[in-house]
Design a protein around this ligand. Structure first.
Ligand code: FEO
Ligand code: CA
Ligand code: CA
Ligand code: CA
Length: 588
């Protein structure tokens, strides 16, 4: 392996077999508990969860949302011992399963959704902040002052180059400085100053435009017939059809206020979440920061999860000062898109209206950007113009704490070889199984303009894969559609899968799962298998690495034969607490 090798750590657990059990399966050396299923009361009147879909919209505003995804654990004590038993768990709720959510529904009368169903659906999206602690060996909810729901209706502030932009002005915020809600929150990030970042992925389909389509709608996929859940029949802001008056008389620009990196301070429950537009508007999967060096800029990596979209990097203009809040650093910096050349080298292409090369490329392509706000609102178009490399659906990124290699999952791409060419960085067309790519910034500086890359593994079957040790994967570790990705503090790489369709139903891989790899040795083992028709997504440990939190999303989606987490009429997304029976460090 190139780069400075990490410490060799033996993966000291028994690999589990691929499984189709409707439950969590972990190695025999481990145990698990289930906490915080959808509907768990965390706020206000603490309305009890009612099975059968009988909770109201107001109830849902005080309960854990649906479809758990990326999450982070913020310890509430600086002591590794106490901080590993008491903290804030902050998690995303990506979307909803309407059939599981409502007693009978979704209801549509004369083409209009039931208002309380819509209220409940909007409230089941977004982010939960919940104080938890370990008490007599069990993790439980603390009814504390930090508990909060941020939803698809929460007022938010817009900062960065798109703040006050003419394309951000709406009837709600005529000066383009505010909006409501965060949507389709997939993976996440966390800042060095202790805040949470939620990433707005497939936001576009929540909106409908039945009229003339500006480029901000077309490229991102704003719906043309009906919105994803037809919320526009109850909430006018989801109808982005341009009216005959000014933009401030309607919601044509509302979709432009979504698709950003949004910062939430979990320690200030009354704070207004902030959309940081300098980091671009696209189907943000997640964000991961490089280890911040004193006297160096802040650097973060991001993926745009759609077929043939790009990997991005953000570099702050000012340097990061350790120990200080740095929210302002996310509002002033340079956004880059990645070009992976076939020779194993790559370049970061600035998407910067002040960069002569970028302006020349835009002119040559016949594309006009009025200002940097226009560039970030149309980040995909800007990356096209710059010449970035279309990728096989970039999902999560992770940075190796031992040597700074940056890893990205590329989950799959049925269109590779069709709408995009096969290349060295995306070598299979079509690519049903996905792969994991990695790169090392040249000169050991994350703000470098160039990098060196290789492929860490090709996911797939025993006869169509390539493991990190250079050999095909085996029964202990075959998998497909890698998505969640996280480096623990020891340098072990946790990989989560999001297979769907026939790959999930009848492939050799079993249910969606989580594996652990050690990049220093090339070892990789299957660690956890989820219940039927779930996705395994979101993973974080306590500071002592003796408790692992893993999210299970959409078990039994679409009526797919799950009653997890047991004795329920409706399957429920939930968080799984995984520990070693001997109390040791997970993974090792
Ligand atoms: Fe929501 Fe790209 O996974
Ligand atoms: Ca994902
Ligand atoms: Ca996915
Ligand atoms: Ca998902």
């Amino acid at each position: 392996f190139p780069g400075k090798p990490g410490r060799p750590i033996e993966l000291g657990f028994t690999a589990i077999a691929a499984s189709r059990v409707d439950d969590i399966v972990v190695p025999p050396e481990y145990t698990f508990d289930v906490i915080l299923p959808w509907g768990t009361p965390i706020l206000g009147d603490y309305p009890a969860y009612l099975d059968g879909g009988h909770n109201s919209g107001v109830d849902q505003e005080q309960q854990i949302g649906m479809h758990h995804d990326g999450m982070h654990y913020f310890p509430l004590s600086p002591s590794p011992v106490h901080g590993s038993r008491h903290g804030l768990l902050v998690m995303n709720h990506e979307y909803i399963d309407q059939r599981a959510m409502h007693a009978s529904g979704p209801t549509l009368v004369d083409g209009v959704r039931d208002a309380d169903e819509v209220r409940k659906e909007i409230a089941a999206h977004g982010v939960s902040v919940v104080e938890i602690r370990e008490h007599r060996g069990r993790w439980e909810v603390v009814r504390g002052r930090f508990n909060r729901r941020v939803t698809a209706a929460t007022p938010m502030e817009i900062r960065g180059p798109a703040r006050s932009h003419v394309k951000m002005r709406t009837a709600y915020s005529p000066d383009g400085t505010r909006t409501r809600g965060t949507h389709n929150n997939c993976a996440h990030g966390f800042t060095p100053w202790g805040t949470y970042l939620t990433c707005e992925e497939n936001f576009a389909g929540y909106y409908v435009n039945r009229g003339e389509r500006p480029r901000e709608h077309g490229r991102y996929g704003v719906a043309t017939g009906n919105g994803r859940y037809r919320w526009e029949t109850v909430e006018p802001r989801y109808d982005a059809t341009p009216g005959i008056g000014e933009a401030t008389s309607d919601f044509r620009n509302e979709p432009n206020t979504q698709g950003w990196i949004t910062e939430i301070n979990p320690f200030r429950p009354g704070s207004t979440p902030v959309k940081h537009t300098a980091m671009g508007r696209f189907a943000h999967e997640g964000i991961v920061f490089a280890k911040p060096g004193p006297g160096r800029p802040l650097v973060a990596y991001m993926g745009d999860d759609a077929q043939n979209e790009y990997i991005y990097k953000y570099v702050s203009r000012e340097n990061y000062i350790p120990g200080r809040a740095g929210s302002h650093l996310l509002d002033d910096g340079t956004l880059y898109a990645a070009r992976f050349n076939d020779d194993g080298h790559g370049e970061w292409l600035p998407l910067d209206i002040d960069d002569a090369g970028f302006r020349a490329a835009a002119d040559a392509a016949g594309v006009a950007f009025s200002d940097q706000g226009d560039v970030v609102i149309n980040a995909r178009l800007a990356a096209d113009v710059a010449g970035a490399t279309p990728m096989d659906r970039p999902e999560w990124g992770a940075v190796d704490p031992n040597n700074g290699w940056v890893y990205f999952t590329l989950t799959n791409n049925s269109q590779r070889g069709n709408s995009s060419e096969v290349d060295e960085a995306n070598p299979r067309g079509p690519n049903p199984y996905g792969h994991i790519i990695r790169f090392l910034e040249d000169g050991g500086r994350h703000d470098s303009a160039t990098f060196t890359w290789d492929i860490f593994l090709l996911s797939g079957t025993e006869s169509d894969s390539l493991g990190p040790d250079g050999n095909p994967l085996t029964a202990d570790n075959i998998h497909a559609s890698p998505d969640g990705l996280w480096f623990d503090a020891n340098g072990l790489l946790w990989i989560q899968t999001d297979m769907s369709g026939s790959q999930l139903a009848s492939g050799p891989f079993g249910n969606n799962q989580m594996l652990v790899a050690n990049p220093a040795t090339g070892q990789i083992k299957r660690f956890l298998s989820g219940p039927n028709v779930c996705e395994v997504t979101g993973v974080v440990a306590t500071p002592d690495h003796r408790t692992l939190f893993v999210n299970i999303q959409h078990p039994g989606e679409g009526g797919g034969g799950s009653s997890w987490p047991g004795n329920v009429l409706r399957p429920r997304s939930a968080t799984v607490v995984v520990r070693r029976r001997d109390g040791g460090i997970v993974g090792t």
